[in-house]
Design a protein around this ligand. Structure first.
Ligand code: ZN
Length: 122
């Protein structure tokens, strides 16, 4: 049985994707939205499958019904506040590989944005 982990966390996320996409589509007099391109940071705890699950329900009857969601994951990049070393953490260990400091700045990896949409217009 291929069960999908569903958490409530993704519902408001899916709703905001829909809202942003519909607003952009209406501004361009779109007939329908065919594709939506999303950028999601690796540290953002968002499960693609869950968004897709909600998406099919909440987009029904809107311009975005049947639109394909494309997920692009932005790799985590951290900056050590003690030795100024920029790095990509390996696994769950976010500490600085050079000096071992846990005082880090998250430079990249928490993004969540609608990057672009593709529409069919009249
Ligand atoms: Zn360091």
């Amino acid at each position: 049985m291929g069960s999908t982990p569903i958490t409530m966390h993704e519902l408001p996320v899916a709703e905001s994707i829909l809202e942003i996409s519909l607003r952009a589509a209406q501004a361009q007099n779109a007939r329908r939205i065919s594709d939506i391109f999303l950028k999601i940071g690796q540290l953002a705890s968002i499960v693609d499958d869950s968004i897709q699950f909600y998406w099919d329900t909440i987009s029904e009857g809107t311009l975005a019904q049947g639109a394909t969601l494309h997920f692009e994951r932005i790799p985590t990049q951290l900056l050590c506040l003690d030795c100024a070393h920029p790095y990509h953490p390996s696994g769950d260990d976010l500490r600085c590989p050079r000096c071992g400091s846990a005082r880090v700045h998250i430079h990249q990896g928490q993004e969540f944005q609608v990057d672009a949409i593709e529409i069919d217009s009249d």
